[in-house]
Design a protein around this ligand. Structure first.
Ligand code: OFO
Length: 169
């Protein structure tokens, strides 16, 4: 059994993960529109991973005999300008998600829920990787400036991302 406070932050985290999936899908659609199919693919793969993140929390709440409470998912932003601006938004969003995950960790400590504290470690590590991935693309995009050939090369590189499915069990 989990406490109501821990259950609430976990449910709220499910919502944030599904919102993340929506946000990445909106970005994927933008990249498709401007013909950057590798960027589009990369963000679409990320959207699938975000759904996995939400589902892992979903399954965990059930396994702990808690109650899953799904809330409305906000519409994602859709006014994007260019790849650099999109990846800066990604980094900003992932920093926000990191803070939220840290709050789940600290709430589970406050409630002496060591199982949740242990469970959430996977997300803490995942967030380090997600922020680093966004930062890496930002660095490259800043380096290339308006150079089309390098952008094309990066597009090809992002196309090679593969989807790794994650599940609770
Ligand atoms: Fe689920 O990590 Fe991104 O948002």
């Amino acid at each position: 059994m989990i406490s109501e406070k821990v259950q609430n932050v976990l449910n709220s985290q499910i919502n944030k993960e599904f919102y993340s999936a929506y946000l990445y899908l909106a970005m994927s659609a933008f990249f498709d529109e401007i013909g950057l199919y590798g960027f589009s693919f990369w963000t679409k793969v990320q959207a699938r991973e975000e759904v996995d993140h939400g589902m892992i929390l979903f399954d965990y709440i059930i396994e702990r005999d808690g109650k899953v409470e799904l809330e409305q998912i906000d519409a994602p932003e859709k006014n994007f300008e260019n790849p650099l601006q999109v990846f800066e938004k990604i980094l900003e969003h992932e920093k926000y998600v990191t803070e939220s995950i840290n709050c789940v960790a600290s709430m589970s400590e406050d409630e002496c829920d060591l199982a949740t504290r242990h469970f959430i470690n996977w997300y803490i590590t995942e967030q380090v990787e997600e922020e680093a991935n966004a930062r890496d693309v930002i660095t490259k995009l800043k380096m290339f400036g308006d150079e089309k050939a390098s952008l094309f090369h990066l597009d090809k590189e992002l196309q090679s991302r593969s989807y790794k499915s994650h599940s609770y069990k």
